[in-house]
Design a protein around this ligand. Sequence first.
Ligand SMILES: *Cc1c(COP(=O)(O)O)cnc(C)c1O
Length: 223
Amino acid sequence: MNARDNLTTVLDAIAKAEADAGRATNSVRLVAVSKTHDADAIRPVIEAGQRVFGENRVQEAQGKWPGLKEETAGIELHLIGPLQSNKAEDAVALFDVIETIDREKIARTIAREMEKQGRKPKLYVQVNTGGEEQKAGIAPEETVSFVGFCRDELGLAIEGLMCIPPVDENPGPHFALLAKLAGECGLEKLSMGMSGDYETAIAFGATEVRVGSAIFGARDYSV
Ligand SMILES: *Cc1c(COP(=O)(O)O)cnc(C)c1O
């Protein structure tokens, strides 16, 4: 199957998962994760109508997305990977949504860059629902106060929460935890679910699913 056909398959599965969960049609948005794939691989998916894409590395995204954005109006680019302070300027300049705000320092840096550039990407807070040491994200028990800090101290309009459950665990409880925390924060956007579990995430209330390999095929990190 090519990426175009895969896109159709994923969109159909999203629609079915929405219906099965008793949710409104088009209540879930697909973020097509194009990391490791070059502009030529991405273009057919844009031509098929997809406009929302995710990348996990600022530098890699800079190599392909300015050109692709110029070719097609209405592209919305999400940063879904960990963000370093020295990349904040570039991230604010390129991305329309930054999903990985997860600590005071980066929140302050992003706020400063937004002010400086006069750009306002939408912002989500990443939560480390599994408490994994190697994984980015704020601890679940600190999420409500951190979102409050971003809002009240920095004036950042946080719109949602994002998580990546541990690979070796049933994702359901992690999705449920993220949904509960979003409720406590008064946030509506929930970015959760990847190729292996987006239908489950939709059942738990995901408003955005981040799907890569089910659309673009397996990633080759050797090139
Ligand atoms: C790579 C990635 C995805 C997509 O993963 P697939 O399993 O290929 O769908 C989703 N979210 C994040 C944060 C990623 O880094």
